[in-house]
Ligand binder design. Structure first.
Ligand code: FMN
Length: 205
């Protein structure tokens, strides 16, 4: 009888420890809705904080999980992490330069032309290479949401000099340069923009 009592006590104790451990790990987790709600375009960065190559690799590994046309995965990344390369990229983003001051990483994103939306080298339909841009946007969406989940902030920048960036990173001609994305830690709280009413963008049938 004593043996059974001891066994029961041990089982309950083990279950309680398991339960508390789970609670501990889930209390550290950020909900997906929190990631969405707190992700904003950040134009002011804390220059005292750094981001390691291992962290950038984790981020881009998540971006790679995005869906793409026939799994073509046309998106590529060129990461400026040295002070010299970051300074060079800043020369090619016009007025965005002041938005990314203090950001420890700048990422140039491209997509390979003629992959997504193509069969045997021919456009599969009316959108052609726009499907490559579509896939690139999806991958970059994963990137910015994963960044937020890791406690980082981002700014996607379409205002950039694609020719100069192509030369700087030796980006091949068959890749279209899309956005430069800053990665860092926010300094201060970003503005939350207004959004359209849902009924202005959706029709149910
Ligand atoms: C494709 C694309 C290009 C953008 N280019 C710039 C840019 O060059 N400079 C900038 O400050 N913001 C840029 N933005 C950020 C948008 O202005 C921002 O996403 C929008 O105002 C909504 O704000 P939020 O991201 O904080 O929700 C860009 C966003 C996207 C998706």
């Amino acid at each position: 009888m004593l043996k059974i009592k001891l066994l029961l006590t041990a089982t309950v104790a083990a279950l309680l420890v398991g339960c508390c451990n789970n609670e501990k790990s889930s209390s550290n987790a950020v909900s997906f809705d929190d990631v969405i709600a707190s992700r904003r375009s950040v134009r002011s960065y804390d220059s005292t904080k750094t981001i390691s190559e291992a962290q950038v690799r984790e981020l881009l590994t998540s971006a790679q999980q995005a869906p793409s046309w026939a799994n073509q995965q046309p998106t590529k990344y060129y990461v400026a992490q040295s002070a010299a390369m970051i300074d060079s990229v800043k020369n090619y983003i016009g007025g965005n330069r002041r938005n990314v001051e203090g950001a420890p990483i700048l990422i140039v994103s491209t997509f390979e032309r003629g992959k997504s939306g193509f069969f045997n080298g021919n456009p599969a339909n009316d959108l052609g290479d726009l499907w490559g841009a579509y896939d690139n946007g999806l991958a970059n969406c994963y990137l910015i949401l994963k960044a937020r989940a890791m406690g980082f902030d981002t700014l996607i920048m379409g205002m950039r000099d694609s020719d100069a960036l192509r030369r700087l990173f030796s980006i091949p001609e068959n890749e279209a340069v899309t956005a430069v994305i800053s990665l860092g830690y926010r300094s201060g709280e970003p503005r939350v923009p207004q959004h359209k009413n849902l009924d202005d963008i959706v029709k149910f049938f």
